[in-house]
Design a binder for this molecule. Structure first.
Ligand code: ATP
Ligand code: MG
Length: 393
């Protein structure tokens, strides 16, 4: 090991020591957040991209900027098959609790009570101290059984937004893995945001998810295209990838040869997760403060093994044998994205009969529809992994 302080951070959502190549996105978000904090309209954000490109760390960074602006921030993650509503209801409850603590609100008690009089949710003034009366369990349960999710969630967001406005505050809700939300939930999100925007309420969402999120939001509500700024988070361009490799080590007086950096970039193709994994492997496997080409070449097979056992296999192992057949056929197609017709050909089946498998794999977040009739992997270099482990020529 070069030093006990390993500056590389392979891991889901692990904040890198140096966040490379995202300045433009952060600056644009920061302006939006400044506007939000000043009670001006701000467009909500959707960060989309493949697995491991750095959507979560970017969302976390944006949330830190928001906190720095004095905005009330909550972060939630949608879990597969668990849906958006429960964590969102919980975020709303804790936001209302935070707003309850703002002195300014107390002095505006009467005004706020009037504001909410027309809404289904009541304000419990109780002993004179204001409380919005959101109860997490009750709210979660009532939304889960709601026959009008869009209407009910709109009411809640409007209440919160008005509450925040009266308190001279503003709200940012970060939602990670939004592709796991159902169509009905996305519809409710879009409707509520639509209404909050019409009313000029200081509410902004920062969403992150796989590329299919674009289509999902468009299908949920056509106006969602205008509600959100869609920002593609991609692999790092060469100069930024160099920074991601070199900068964390520089602080600890560790240097790379130019050839070593070149090989790391070839191996990782600028994908942040792969950079962290390979550089971390180099760090633990080497003991020289000068990292040479030979050192890197000696580490790529160990990094392969680590990726195979973690990043790739956790996803592949969740697939059924039939789904795996589909994924292997995609690799046999040779080029990605590949057409469904070609996949069917390599599976020896009709195109129509593999439609359900395609849908299951999209829903699992393994593949996405890259263009009409074409599919690709959501995990970068997944084809390379399958070639290695399934011995595909
Ligand atoms: N801009 C960056 N510079 C350097 N390293 C980064 C950058 N962005 C992300 N990373 C690193 O890449 C890895 C993946 O980041 P993150 O978990 O945010 O990706 P993700 O897009 O959210 O992935 P997933 O879709 O699987 O949730 C982490 O190890 C993180 O430290
Ligand atoms: Mg993530």
């Amino acid at each position: 090991m070069i030093d006990y302080r390993n500056p590389y951070t392979p891991g889901a959502g692990a904040m890198p020591k140096y966040l490379a190549g995202r300045d433009d996105i952060l600056e644009a978000a920061s302006l939006q957040l400044k506007a939000l904090a000043a009670n001006y309209q701000s467009r909500s954000l959707v960060l989309y991209g493949l697995r491991g490109v750095g959507k979560t760390v970017l969302l976390n960074s944006i949330e830190s900027v928001a906190e720095g602006e004095g905005i009330l921030v909550r972060h939630i993650e949608v879990e597969e098959k668990k849906g958006l509503i429960a964590p969102l209801a919980s975020a709303c409850c804790s936001l209302s609790a935070s707003l309850n603590r703002i002195e300014l609100v107390k002095s505006k008690l009467e005004q706020i009570k009037n504001l909410f009089a027309s809404l289904t949710l009541s304000v419990d003034a109780g002993d004179g101290s204001l409380s919005l009366g959101f109860n997490e369990e009750v709210l979660g349960a009532s939304l889960a059984s709601s026959h009008n999710l869009s209407g009910d969630f709109t009411d809640i967001l409007v209440v919160l937004g008005k509450y925040a406005q009266a308190a001279g505050s503003s709200i940012f809700i970060g939602i990670d893995e939004l592709q796991y939300a159902s169509k009905e939930e996305l519809e409710a999100l879009a409707c509520a945001l639509h209404r909050a925007t019409q009313l000029g309420l200081p509410v902004m969402f920062g969403c992150a998810g796989l590329p299919k999120l674009l289509k999902m939001l468009g299908e949920a509500k056509t106006y969602s295209e205008r509600q959100f700024s869609f920002v593609k988070v991609d692999s790092l361009p060469r100069d930024k990838a160099v920074e991601a490799i070199v900068r964390p080590a520089q602080k600890l007086d560790v240097r790379y040869s130019d050839e070593a950096v070149d090989v790391i970039i070839d191996y990782t193709e600028g994908y942040p997760y792969f950079i962290q994994e390979l550089c971390s492997t180099i760090w633990t496997s080497s003991d020289s403060k000068f990292i040479s080409l030979e050192t890197v070449l000696g580490c790529t097979s160990i990094a392969d093994m680590r990726l195979d056992e973690g990043f790739f296999s956790v996803r592949y192992d969740r697939c059924t044998p039939r789904q795996k057949e589909f994924l292997i056929a995609m690799v046999r197609c040779g080029e990605l994205p590949c057409t469904l017709a070609n996949v069917a050909h390599y599976m020896g089946r009709d195109v129509s009969s593999i439609g359900p498998l395609r849908a299951q794999l999209i829903s699992k977040g393994m593949i996405y529809s890259a263009a009409r009739g074409e599919v690709d992997f959501t995990v970068p270099q997944f084809d390379r992994y399958l070639r290695r482990t399934e011995r595909i020529d």
